[in-house]
Design a protein around this ligand. Structure first.
Ligand code: 13P
Length: 255
């Protein structure tokens, strides 16, 4: 396993937070902190803040992502946003299959797969989220659950495209709960994801894929998590809403 073969990426997931003035303030505060970062820096913001974020981050090393995308190109899908609509305004990344989408909005592995393929076809870089529920971990089926999600979510995605895809391992029980996976738990599942990719594609492809950990990652636990050989960054919720905390994560990922 060689970290030099892939990019470490810290991505913020703002979820349903920040009005436009608040977004402007946060982005302006993140900019000087991101400048020094020696890792990929992405902020995934609500649809209403995308244009603002793209505008304010022009000429910086901060990339902008959306939090969801529909799989059809256009049509009668009230309330949805297509991949072309995102790329046209300068969005480069998109979170797909976050557990909150799976839990509250009926997202399934089938729709995650469709959205992933639509995003890639339009030139977006997907951040595909996988992870087990607490009772699945307690039942001892974390490996089966996560391997199954990887296989279904990436079905029919080419080797070339999977290298452009980020996988975020987010144990559902660790999201927004303050309960962080231990670095051993995070490494174990991130390695399992890489091994699954190696079986589906090849070791060379698996080594090139960025695999993030997400779930209560913050300034006090990030160093240990990011030091794991198969943890290539983080998908950050709460701590991405505070510039100074996000800055600490960027520093830790740059080491
Ligand atoms: P928290 O960092 O708030 O636990 O959220 C993690 C997450 O869901 C990122 O997508």
């Amino acid at each position: 396993m060689n970290k030099a073969l892939r990019q470490t990426v810290i991505a913020g997931n703002w979820k349903m937070n920040k009005t436009r003035p608040e977004a402007k303030e946060l982005i302006e505060a993140i900019k000087p902190l991101a400048e020094k970062a020696d890792c990929g820096v992405v902020i995934c913001v609500p649809f209403t803040n995308l244009e603002t974020a793209v505008e304010l981050t022009k000429g910086t090393n901060i990339k902008v992502g959306a939090e969801n995308v529909h799989f059809e190109k256009s049509g009668a899908f009230t309330g949805e946003i297509s991949a072309d609509m995102l790329t046209e305004i300068g969005v480069e990344y998109v979170i797909i299959g976050h557990s909150e989408r799976r839990q509250y909005f009926g997202e399934t592995d089938e729709t995650v797969n469709k959205r992933t393929k639509a995003a890639l076809a339009a030139g977006l870089k997907p951040i595909v989220c996988v992870g087990e529920l607490l009772w699945e971990r307690e039942c001892g089926i974390t490996e089966e659950i996560v391997a199954r999600q990887i296989k279904l979510d990436l079905f029919d995605v080419s080797a070339e495209d999977v290298k452009k895809t980020i996988i975020a391992y987010e144990p559902v029980w660790a999201i927004g709960t303050g309960k962080v996976a231990t670095s051993e738990q995070a490494e174990e599942v991130c390695k399992l994801i890489r091994d699954t990719l190696a079986k589906l594609y090849s070791q060379e492809v698996a080594d090139a894929v960025t695999i993030q950990y997400g779930g209560s990652m913050n300034p006090s636990n990030c160093e240990e998590l990011l030091a794991q050989p198969d943890v290539d960054g983080g998908l950050i919720g709460g701590a991405s809403l505070k510039a100074e905390q996000f800055g600490v994560l960027l520093n830790a990922a740059s080491k």
